[in-house]
Write a protein that binds this ligand. Structure first.
Ligand SMILES: [Fe+2]
Length: 323
């Protein structure tokens, strides 16, 4: 596949973020949660909720379960799913929706990725999910060999009102002329892990690739980690200037915002759109103080996160000759 600038632009111009208010399921979920059997395991509760969501969500909302990353749908935001600020309800709802959206979460032994909240010392860090400073547009886990196709976040509580930002890929490409976009499509970079993990990992990748099912796939990470520095380093030093120019243009990009409200589920195709977060909407002194409070019931901003490949339940891949 020849990735010409024109082809890349045409493909990426169809992309969008879909936001759906699904508060019509809220009453059903709240009622189920109020009456749920306290003896049930998390897994059993997740299965109950999957069933409830399958029955109560309308077909035009269920449609998105199978289509994140396809048909121009870079991301989907469901709002109003539940309204009770309860971390246990938020976690079970998050896991149920991840299952429905085909997300197979990966837990790496060197990363605690599930809960996002201000951790002690947060005020000293930027470009870190548990930090206070802004998080620059990026895709997750580009230093990992396993694909991270999907990323999902569920808001349990956000007293700071700091929403996740999503940047469609055209924000990057629309600011480049054809020769720059051609250069971007040819180049490779080394992606490095940051403060998020307890070891150092890196992987070299092309920045733009094509997948027959999911179309153009972007590998971009503009974060500058407080501890390790740039997370994406051009393999050829002559390409470093282009990365620098794109990073300088980020303030002119137009984000789509998730909602910073309890009961919001946001899922994005990790290689279709970049995600980011403004600086936490708190005075830095207040943030430093509140970061000392790490109990899930008390921390001012608590999100649950999953990230990983899509579930693949197709037999054809390994058993094609037997079917
Ligand atoms: Fe991220």
């Amino acid at each position: 596949m020849q990735l010409t600038p024109q082809f890349i632009r045409e493909q990426l111009h169809q992309e969008r973020v879909v936001t759906r208010n699904v508060e019509y399921v809220c009453e059903h979920i709240e009622s189920w949660w109020k009456n749920h059997d306290l003896c049930l395991s998390n897994h059993a509760l997740k299965l109950q909720l999957i069933s409830l969501l399958s029955l109560t969500l309308r077909g035009d909302d269920r449609y998105y379960f199978d289509n994140v990353g396809k048909h121009g749908i870079s991301a989907v935001c469901f709002t109003g799913i539940f309204h009770t600020d309860d971390y246990y309800l938020a976690l079970i709802t998050h896991e149920a929706l991840c299952e429905l959206f085909h997300l197979r979460d990966i837990k790496y032994p060197y990363e605690n990725h599930k809960a996002l909240f201000l951790k002690p010392g947060a005020e000293k860090y930027r470009d870190w999910g548990n930090g206070y400073g802004e998080i620059t547009p990026h895709s997750d886990d580009l230093y990992e060999t396993q694909p991270t196709d999907l990323l999902a976040l569920t808001v349990c509580r956000d007293k700071t009102r700091t929403p996740t930002q999503c940047f469609l890929a055209k924000n990057v490409t629309d600011h480049l002329d054809n020769s720059e976009l051609h250069q971007l499509a040819q180049m490779t970079a080394v992606f490095r892990s940051g403060k998020n993990v307890r070891l150092s990992k890196n992987l070299e990748r092309k920045l733009i690739q094509y997948d027959p099912t999911y179309g153009i796939q972007l590998h971009l990470d503009f974060r500058i980690d407080t501890e390790v520095g740039e997370r994406m380093i051009a393999t050829d030093p002559r390409d470093a200037g282009l990365i620098k120019n794109i990073r300088q243009g980020i303030p002119s990009w137009t984000p789509v915002y998730s909602a910073a409200t309890t009961g919001t589920f946001f899922i994005l195709a990790n290689h279709k759109a970049l995600h980011a977060r403004p600086i936490i909407n708190l005075n830095i002194g207040v943030a430093a103080n509140q970061a000392q409070t790490t109990k899930f019931r008390e921390t001012p901003r608590l999100l649950f996160r999953s990230k990983g490949p899509r579930h693949n339940l197709s037999l054809e891949q390994d058993y094609g000759n037997y079917l």
